[in-house]
Design a protein around this ligand. Structure first.
Ligand code: AMP
Length: 437
């Protein structure tokens, strides 16, 4: 018997009805982006390997170990074999297209968005796949088009907040236990600030790196900024004491960042600044940001990331073309929406009233009416009481069970059991609303 064939590890089939949710997310994204003047760009899934080596950076995790790269056969003697790569991200491809089609020559700011698959050879787990989907956007243009303005950074962040709001992803707040989305940002400085900071980091790391984990020892050599990203528990104290990028920003970068923050304040977008948020790719300058969510994603809680890349075009042979963009992990966005929907669906009623016999049915319904009018959510049993069965049903739909027997009806004292605490007691009818709330 031949073995059954399966989807390749880290890739998956998306089936109905789930694909309806994907379509809704994509339609909402297109609808929101259009209101901000963005148009769609579709670049090839294959690019020359060199684009990512030069754009994303040889020393990044993506380029050094996660790309699907191969030598494409030459088809004629006159052709040379070419190294090709399945795109691991889409910003480099968009900037390549910007250069190739001379979009800068229009003199206008380009606002482009994309939706499509990306490929990285990562260890698969929930929320992390080898083929995953990103919804992203880029704002790029010659300096004269205003592409460097902090207003653009704030506009992109505000657009993301609007998109998440319209999709129904909650903002983190006290009332939802801070499970909604959170925006964290930082400035990693200009192309001149960054090397000064990296030099300072290298110097600070050199006497202490031998105390760090193996990964960080390697990063301290190859890409010291990545040490700041490290999640290694034991190294955190050492990392917290390293120099901070904020102390190396020049006046222009400082003022740029301050203007981004004040525009966010004006738009009522909550954020926190994290001086350690540097992000993994080489092309970032000035503003970098990340949106995280606690619901449904476990350890892979980064929903989207992005930042400014003022030097990227020049890194891949183009004209000066500052830009800013982001990429949303669509798979993670879907997981978040699904988790939220389940939480909403699993929200239990305040109480289940169990009449002990049909004789108590009328009293049960009258009690239910009173409690519902008090604003409580209530389900009522039908008098076919059986101890174990009734408790099981009640536990599935409600947070407490109220038992209504003959005694309870005459005394007006009702037996209440709270399933979470396991506590059971008799309580006066008038005190019920207070207790159940
Ligand atoms: P990055 O390009 O690494 O900044 O990623 C941007 C966003 O894409 C992340 O915040 C994730 O939501 C998503 N993402 C990155 N890698 C993966 C992956 N392997 N599987 C699923 N989503 C991913």
């Amino acid at each position: 018997m031949s073995s059954t064939l399966k989807a390749v590890r880290g890739t998956r089939d998306l089936l109905p009805p789930e694909t309806a949710l994907w379509n809704r997310v994509e339609a909402t994204a297109r609808f929101v982006f259009a209101r901000y003047g963005f148009g769609e760009i579709r670049t090839p899934i294959l690019e020359s390997t060199e684009l990512f080596a030069r754009g994303v950076g040889e020393e990044t995790d993506i380029v050094s170990k996660e790309m699907y790269t191969w030598e494409d056969r030459a088809r004629a003697a006159s052709e040379k074999a070419q190294s090709l790569t399945l795109r691991p991200e889409n910003t480099a491809g968009v900037v390549r297209a910007y250069i190739e089609h001379k979009l800068g020559d229009t003199g206008h700011l380009q606002k482009l968005y994309y939706i499509g698959p990306q490929f990285r050879r990562e260890r698969p787990q929930k929320g992390r796949y080898r083929q995953f989907f990103q919804i992203g956007a880029e704002v790029i243009g010659p300096v004269t088009s205003g592409s460097e303005s902090p207003l653009r950074d704030a506009e992109v962040l505000e657009m993301l907040a609007t998109l998440l709001d319209e999709l129904g992803i909650e903002r983190a707040s006290e009332s939802n236990g801070y499970k909604g989305w959170k925006l964290t940002l930082n400035s990693v400085g200009s192309a001149t600030d960054r090397p000064r900071y990296v030099a300072a980091l290298r110097e600070a790391l050199s006497p202490i790196k031998h105390l760090m984990c193996e990964d960080n020892q390697r990063r301290a050599e190859t890409n010291p900024l990545r040490v700041l990203d490290s999640k290694d528990e034991a190294d955190q104290e050492l990392i917290d004491r390293l120099p901070k990028i904020a102390d190396y920003l020049d006046d222009d970068s400082k003022s740029h960042f301050a203007q981004v923050l004040s525009a966010l304040d004006a738009c009522g977008i909550p954020y926190s600044v994290n001086p350690r948020l540097v992000r993994g790719l080489d092309y970032y300058t000035r503003t970098t940001f990340e949106f995280t969510v606690e619901t449904g994603l476990g350890t892979q809680n980064a929903l989207l990331g992005g930042g400014r890349y003022d030097g990227l075009s020049e890194m891949i042979g183009g004209p000066k073309a500052p830009g800013i963009g982001f990429a949303i992990g669509e798979d993670r966005l879907i997981l978040t929406l699904q988790a939220q929907a389940t939480e909403a669906a699993e929200k239990k009623l305040d109480a289940y009233i169990a009449p002990m016999g049909v004789e108590q049915n009328a009293a049960a319904l009258s009690l239910a009416r009173d409690l519902r009018r008090e604003g409580l959510s209530i389900e009522v049993g039908d008098g076919s009481f059986r101890l174990k069965k009734s408790f099981e049903i009640a536990d599935r739909v409600a947070r407490s069970i109220l038992i209504l027997g003959e005694d309870e009806v005459t005394s007006g004292e009702i037996t209440v059991k709270n399933f979470a605490t396991g506590e059971q007691r008799k309580i006066a009818r008038d005190d019920l609303p207070e207790l159940l709330r």
